[in-house]
Design a protein around this ligand. Structure first.
Ligand code: AMP
Ligand code: ZN
Length: 114
């Protein structure tokens, strides 16, 4: 996916503050943070939306969630609480079509989300 913004972040063609990386995933700070802590976790391989995941990707999806929980601890937001979420397609509010898990914290969130 040559023109995908987040694939470019994976390939280090775009500067970001990368805060975690392993063989399969990268985590970096959102450029337009909606909370004091706003991190995006992405798989290194391209999936446009959550709808594109298959059963073979369950471990990868789990590792995004597990890593978000680990980062919540290192960011100091685990005890007070935080919000995670994948936006999917237009009605879900997705704007970048490379799946990403939002990790937000450092303030209180309402429910239901707007
Ligand atoms: P979504 O609306 O769920 O698709 O979220 C996309 C997120 O990507 C938004 O919160 C944007 O602020 C964020 N974003 C867009 N471009 C960049 C970038 N170059 N670096 C970091 N975050 C970005
Ligand atoms: Zn991509």
């Amino acid at each position: 996916m040559g023109d995908c913004l987040f694939c470019k972040i994976v390939k280090k063609e775009i500067e970001t503050e990368i805060i975690f990386e392993n063989k399969n995933i990268v985590a970096f700070r959102d450029i337009n943070p909606q909370a004091p802590v706003h991190i995006l976790l992405i798989p290194k391989i391209h999936f446009s939306t959550l709808n594109d995941l298959t059963s073979g990707d369950i471990k990868l999806a789990g590792s995004l969630i597990y890593t978000a929980a680990k980062l919540a601890k290192t960011e100091g937001i685990a005890d007070q609480g935080y919000r995670t979420g994948f936006n999917c397609n237009k009605w879900g509010g997705q704007t970048v079509y490379h799946i990403h898990l939002h990790l937000l914290g450092g303030r209180k969130f309402g429910w239901p989300p707007g």
